[in-house]
Design a protein around this ligand. Structure first.
Ligand code: SAH
Length: 221
């Protein structure tokens, strides 16, 4: 059985978490709602116990299965970009991983639908959502290249693994006026992109260089 050090939320000193927030502000994150979500969601719950002492550093950390929990700066930046046009209703995340980005989005959107292709990662993430009582997160094991058709359309889509091109199915699942944030490109040459939908047109903007694990096909049990 997995247990979580929920006590630790209180025990992680406010100073440690405040330092992370200061670091995010210095890096250019401005959205107060995002900063407040980053302050209140305990990141150490989303990494192995052995790495918990590094959870409030602004760095990506391994979560097993050759995957990583994203760097706090990039989680904050992508959340901010997704929220830029106002409050969010339904959000789809591709790549649940540790569940951390979904937990942040759960504070910023009405509901979060998150899909992951590696079953043991998803199982662990779901336990964390339950322990933190994040009951507006819905998840499923699947290849997120196809989105989540039954739950579409979404106001926002956040992709946390990198496809070489954005699957058209994902763009199709955005509401009119919705936006998608994703790292795009091959290893070593990825850029963070925002796609804004107006009718059947998409305006694309490139934000900055990033490093993500690749979006891979199929499901691993
Ligand atoms: N958002 C995560 C980041 C995890 S890394 C977090 O906050 O921890 C990216 C994740 O995307 C990995 O867990 C990887 O297994 C998953 N992934 C890669 N390709 C995928 C696909 N086609 N469908 C769903 N998930 C995928």
């Amino acid at each position: 059985m997995t247990t979580f050090d929920l006590q630790g939320i209180g025990m992680t000193s406010a100073r440690t978490r405040k330092r992370l927030i200061e670091r995010l502000k210095e890096a250019g994150v401005k959205d107060h709602e995002v900063l407040s979500a980053m302050f209140s969601v305990p990141r150490h719950i989303f990494v192995d116990e052995a790495l918990a002492h590094r959870a409030y550093e602004d760095t990506a950390l391994p979560i097993g299965h050759a995957q990583t929990i994203s760097q706090p700066y990039i989680v904050a930046r992508m959340s901010e970009l997704l929220r830029e046009k106002g409050p969010l209703g339904r959000v789809l995340e591709v790549g649940t991983g540790s569940g951390y980005q979904a937990a942040i989005m759960a504070r910023l959107a009405q509901s979060v639908y998150t899909v992951e292709r590696i079953e043991p990662l998803l199982t662990r993430a779901v336990k964390r959502f339950r322990a933190l009582r994040l009951d507006n997160i819905y998840s499923r094991l699947s290849d997120g290249s196809w989105g989540w058709q039954e739950k579409a359309p979404f106001d926002g889509i956040i992709v946390t693994c990198a496809p070489s091109v954005i699957p058209p199915e994902l763009l199709d699942q955005l509401v009119d006026g919705g936006r998608l944030v994703a790292p795009v490109g091959e290893d070593g040459a990825q850029v963070l992109k925002v796609y804004q939908r107006t009718g059947d047109r998409f305006v694309e903007k490139t934000v900055e260089s990033v490093r993500f694990v690749p979006l891979l096909p199929g499901v691993v049990r």
